[in-house]
Design a protein around this ligand. Structure first.
Ligand SMILES: [Zn+2]
Length: 356
């Protein structure tokens, strides 16, 4: 009772977020998307060091593999551990055997005197932090790393930084990987990126995008619901749609099921092939995934009409270039128990730091 499919692609991940599940609740309640960023994510990313980044990526990559996801497009931020961070992530993924395209997400939200700003004026000057992030992207790309130029989001960047990121991406013939109008706080994103965006850009979320923008749109249905930012209406957008998880694992079949349920709530006539096409669209960015062989313990794993409603099918084997990197549901290159234990150790270090 099994069927084989190609490898799956997660088009937007944050591998650094694997350690965050189970963290102690922040002292302040978050009442909005911007407060979630302030109280959780901008505290977490500022606390990351190299060990944490490595084991978080190891855990995220291992869990991706166990879901049949062989390719990850990662967006990384660690403002107090920028230099070398992209190589740390690439090394971790390589150890597991999954492919990664990563980038450093630049932002001016930390000014040069280490003050955090939830919004940055377009007229501000580029901060040292953003400049270091661009240098890290360039270091990684120029040394042959598979990546893009990352931008956190327009609302935490000056125009100077957005222009520099677009220029750097052009120089290396890659796209910019950027959160776009995820919440209403970033409603200006369309206007500010309009003259910069290119067809190879990854526009993540685009929930409140108010105009056509060049690039592929990455839909993250579960994350959008979790942050209560609204529905992105991907089926009505002119852009090619891809699916991401925004850091909540990398089980793409599960993500497709959630995206499908949310689409049906919006349009009861929609059928699952629409959402499974969004999964296929990512192959343009990772054509090698077509040659990967994933075996699921379910006879109809390649049929959207079956998988949309089969909630307990599991990847049992993954083969890349003739090498089996998952057998009987377990990774072969790394020890799952060790990865979980080391990641837990680093998670406790992270929580300790967040408490102080
Ligand atoms: Zn994201």
């Amino acid at each position: 009772m099994s069927a084989q499919t190609r490898g799956l692609v997660c088009a937007h991940h944050h591998l650094y977020s694997s350690l965050v599940r189970g963290m102690p609740a922040p002292k302040q309640k978050s009442r909005s998307f911007i407060e979630i960023l302030n109280n959780i994510w901008w505290r977490v990313d500022a606390a990351l060091d190299n060990e944490m980044i490595y084991w978080s990526a190891m855990l995220g990559a291992t869990e991706a593999l166990m879901s049949g996801t062989t390719c990850i497009i990662d967006h990384h931020e660690s403002p107090n551990c920028i230099e070398g961070s992209l190589s740390t992530i690439a090394d971790a993924c390589k150890s597991v055997g999954v492919r990664v395209n990563t980038c450093y997400g630049v932002s001016d939200r930390w000014d040069d005197s280490q003050q955090l700003h939830s919004k940055v004026s377009p007229l501000a000057k580029m901060t040292k932090a953003a400049s270091r992030g661009l240098v890290e992207c360039e270091r990684f790309l120029s040394s042959g790393g598979l990546g893009m130029v990352g931008v956190h989001a327009a609302f935490t960047c000056s125009d100077e930084t957005l222009n520099a990121a677009a220029g750097l991406a052009k120089k290396y013939s890659v796209g910019v990987h950027v959160h776009v109008a995820e919440g209403l706080d970033d409603i200006q994103a369309g206007a500010r990126l309009e003259s910069l965006a290119q067809d190879n850009w990854l526009l993540v979320h685009a929930v409140h995008l108010d105009r056509p923008l060049r690039g592929r749109v990455v839909h993250n249905a579960r994350s959008n619901m979790n942050n209560a930012v609204g529905y992105a209406k991907p089926s009505e957008k002119p852009n090619k749609i891809l699916l991401g998880t925004d850091g909540i694992g990398a089980d793409m079949i599960e993500e497709a099921r959630v995206a499908y349920a949310r689409l049906r709530e919006f349009d009861v006539q929609a059928d699952p092939t629409i959402v499974w096409q969004w999964l296929d669209n990512s192959l343009e960015l990772f054509p090698d995934a077509k040659n990967d062989v994933v075996t699921f313990n379910y006879d109809f794993a390649d049929s959207p009409w079956h998988t949309a409603f089969t909630t307990n099918m599991t990847a049992t084997e993954v083969e890349i270039a003739g090498e089996k990197i998952l057998v009987d549901g377990l990774p072969t290159r790394v020890d799952l128990i060790e990865v979980r234990a080391k990641a837990h150790e680093q998670a406790l270090r992270l929580y300790e730091r967040l408490n102080n």
